[in-house]
Design a protein around this ligand. Structure first.
Ligand code: PLP
Length: 488
């Protein structure tokens, strides 16, 4: 076979393209990637994925290895997250979003089956629940009820949940922990008030459920997994703290019938029988094999050791940030996620805006994740923050990270945060939905000084200020336009 381009050239081009990426290993990117810091483990994941490369997860009866890998992963998750609970079953999905969406689909269809109603049930979430649940309500056509969280602890309050329950509620979601602030919702109390009304709870452990079982002090904290009565389902992503490449998550259910309502089957076409546990048809087994291999190799002791590294880094970094004048850690996070906000208890000239801080850290080669401030439905405000996801590799760079975040704060102390231009926001208030065409949106982005073809460059502060200030539908449409034009 004569290739048009040699494999070496093709791969060289890929290397070249990859050079523009944020650094995926080495600990300087504190979101998106979960770096164990162990090259041998990455090699193992790659080798396992390679072996699964030709498989199609569409049909585990033709490829029984797929069933075996998934069965092993579900069994492992069950042993860690449902110890001693009978009858727990589950599926392997392509990621956290799919796990969350399927948990909602199962709850919707269970609600319909049980009530005999065909209208839209309600999905109750806290304002800090992952956006995947907003997406689920959108795709699956549920009414969404977003409860404010306690603005100090960023935790969902059981009393608020209790007050939100009625016969339209198909599911309540709580997080262990939430992505934005790393706050642990009080699962036992929430599950108790829900159980009293017969409403199921989904525990979103996408990010936390594969570290919290090994986090120091785990035995002394209240239960939050499937051992809690009233918790109907739980999601955990192996492509986060399971150190697998992207594309693998586990979704567990207490009850077989709930699990089965996640599935889709149809015999109403002339082709092969379609029986899908998850959303995709043909699907990759590569990340599943990789996640399986990594978890087999590490075992409980391996996860314990890696989690210990993260916990030490988290304690160290918290102490460093506590010492930085002008910044504060939001709430009392337990686990690998930190959100940092301005310390507003001190005079303005000593305050540090978290987005300016992230921009300054970026200049020093560290990529932190700015998050917008938000006013909740009860009028309380969740301040703008910058998020850090810590991983085992963080420990190896802890001192450099401490120096960088301290220097970054020194560089922007007293500099006010970005605000969206007033005339721009006033004009945006008059934008009608039919004005939000691709062309108009592109013009608005240019007006705002944002050039999609250039990407975001170094500064996120201005974009985040716009997101905070614009009406949601306008902000959302502009974000779509920005990214779509960037991709084009
Ligand atoms: C990451 C995450 C999700 C969504 O997961 P994806 O894998 O990005 O689709 C859901 N919930 C929480 C708490 C998460 O951290």
């Amino acid at each position: 076979m004569q290739f048009e381009q040699s494999p070496q050239d093709v791969l060289a081009r890929l290397d070249e393209l990859r050079e523009a990426d944020a650094p995926t290993s080495g600990g300087r990117l504190l979101s998106y990637v979960y770096d164990s810091g162990i090259a041998e483990l990455d090699d193992l994941a790659g080798a396992a994925a390679r072996k699964a490369q030709p498989l199609n997860g569409l049909d585990p009866t033709t490829f029984p290895s797929v069933a075996a890998l998934e069965r092993d992963l579900v069994a492992l998750a069950r042993s860690v997250l449902a110890d001693g609970v009978d009858g727990v079953v589950g599926s392997v999905t392509s990621g956290g979003t799919e796990s969350c969406m399927l948990a909602v689909k199962s709850a919707r269809d269970t609600w319909r089956a049980v009530t005999g109603r065909e209208d839209r049930p309600t999905l109750v979430i806290g304002s800090t629940a992952h956006a995947a649940f907003i997406k689920a309500a959108h795709y699956l056509d549920l009414r969404l009820r977003v409860l404010p969280v306690d603005p100090d602890t960023c935790r969902l309050r059981p009393d608020d949940v209790a007050a939100a329950l009625d016969d339209s509620v198909a599911l309540v979601v709580a997080s262990t922990p939430s992505y934005p602030h790393g706050a642990l919702d009080p699962i036992t109390e929430i599950a108790e008030v829900c159980a009293a009304q017969g409403v199921p709870v989904h525990v979103d452990g996408c990010i936390g459920a594969w570290v919290l079982p090994w986090w120091p002090g785990a035995d002394t904290r209240p239960l939050w997994d499937l051992r809690v009565p009233g918790v109907a389902s739980l999601s955990v992503d192996l492509h986060k703290y399971g150190y697998a490449p992207k594309g693998v998550s586990v979704l567990l259910y207490r009850d077989r019938d709930r699990h089965r309502r996640q599935w889709f089957a149809t015999s109403a076409w002339p082709g092969y029988a379609v029986v899908n546990p998850t959303m995709l048809g043909s699907r990759t087994v590569m990340p599943i094999a990789a996640g399986w291999a990594v978890s087999k190799a590490l075992g409980g002791n391996g996860f314990d050791e890696l989690t210990g590294r993260i916990a030490r880094s988290a304690a160290h970094l918290r102490a460093v940030i506590d010492d930085i004048d002008g910044l504060r850690i939001v709430g009392d996070p337990v686990g690998p996620l930190l959100a940092v906000a301005t310390d507003t208890s001190i005079p303005e000239d000593r305050r540090v805006d978290p987005h300016r801080w992230a921009d300054a850290a970026r200049e020093l080669g560290w990529v932190l994740q700015p998050q917008p401030g938000r006013t909740q439905s009860d009028g309380t405000v969740l301040p703008r923050t910058t998020h850090l996801t810590l991983t085992p590799v963080t420990e190896a760079v802890a001192d450099d990270l401490a120096t960088a975040v301290t220097k970054a704060a020194d560089a922007v102390r007293g500099v006010p945060g970005a605000v969206a231009p007033e005339d721009f926001i006033a004009a945006a208030d008059h934008i009608r939905p039919e004005d939000l065409t691709s062309e108009n949106c592109a013009a608005v982005l240019t007006l705002a000084g944002l050039d999609p073809t250039a990407g975001l460059g170094g500064s996120m502060a201005d974009l985040l200020a716009l997101i905070e200030a614009l009406p949601e539908p306008v902000a959302e449409r502009l974000l779509i336009e920005f990214l779509a034009r960037f991709m084009e």
